[in-house]
Ligand binder design. Sequence first.
Ligand code: PA5
Length: 444
Amino acid sequence: MNDKIKLDISGALQAAAWVEGEIESNRSDLAAAAQAVDAKRKEGLLGFFDLPFNKEGAAAIKQTAEYIKGNFKNLVVIGIGGSALGNRMLHNALNHPRYNELPAGKRKGCPRVYVLDSIDADYLKGLLDVLDLKETAFNVITKSGGTVETMANFFVLKDMLKREVGPNRAAESIIATTDASRGVLLEIARQEGYRLFHIPGNVGGRYSVLSAVGLLSAAVSGIDIDELLSGAETAVKDCSAHDPYKNPALMGAALHYIAYQRGKSISVVMPYSDALDYFGDWYCQLWAESLGKTKHVNGTAVPVGQTPLKAIGARDQHSLLQLFLDGPDDKIFTLLRVEKRQNSFIIPPPDGAGNELQYLGGSTLEKLLASELEATESVLAKRGRMCLRISLPTVSPYTMGQLIFFYMLMTAYMGELMGINAFDQPAVEEGKRITYRLMGRPDY
Ligand code: PA5
């Protein structure tokens, strides 16, 4: 298939003479990073590599999606972090921008989908105000099975649901997605007889969007999950070499790594597409939680990590861009370009006043947005700022599958280059433990 995403590194190579030289001088470290990732994959430690190939899993997900479609008008995903952000990303990218507001006919009869990842009571009440619980299914997602925010929301909603529809119908309205062998949610799900999906033990939260975590709510809203997985499969194949010039994910990691070593402690992702807004949030979690670590060098604790930042084109050209251009040279940029959108709007010439805007007449909104991206690239280049470009032919399940896998693999390579574990989150766990203590949990 020709619908492949492309990484263009010319902006980064032109930014400074040292960039190309440093890719060369890091070649053996890059090959070692690729080798280490391959070895971990072979050992079965990196389950996210296997997800694109899990056809049986996809079939079971589609079956449950049909059950939800046939019996409910709404689906609420309850989760947080890696158990919610991927769902938001897929819906934002692949569904109509006002999906939940469309009449059922225009949603092809698919349920509305909401993601609840906040424990703000006013936010929850706002959601409840637009839901009829009798017509609502819930997909509670927590890998550990005990994340306090998710379980608190779940308990509140489960209680309401039971009172509204009775315990049997409530059990039929709940689908649990959790670890296969441990956790409170697993116990409750078994006790109460919920439909159940498992998150493989070797797939961490922020690497789990291509498992039942992200795929069930996507399938419920009619997203073609086979195409999503097929896109990811393409990226697995296209990103397997140990030479950065033959493996775009390794090249992406190489450029971020050498930029980091040169003091570029911030990685800006800037989609020129509203459909990729939540991709930016998903990326921020992936990069921050995977790479922000304490590294122990000769017995000394050294904090490492590159801070991710999302900006949206063209909106943030009137906000963050001033800092990007005239502020400190501490950033590496990735601009995301969508070659073809589903819609096109011709800009009519201004009638009467507005002579200075005549040049817009007859052009299109897409051309304006594409020109703004090129203008940003060009001013960044003028100032010698490192800038990559990722082009998506269209935003489709197939291209999103590629993009998601590309970023997960690039993060894994980056972890190896930085000499840290990109798959744990010890500081987040520490915060969780303090919350438990503050909430009165006796064993904390
Ligand atoms: O990436 C991660 O591991 C985290 O962001 C988790 O997804 C998040 O803390 C939620 O954890 P759980 O799925 O166990 O509820």
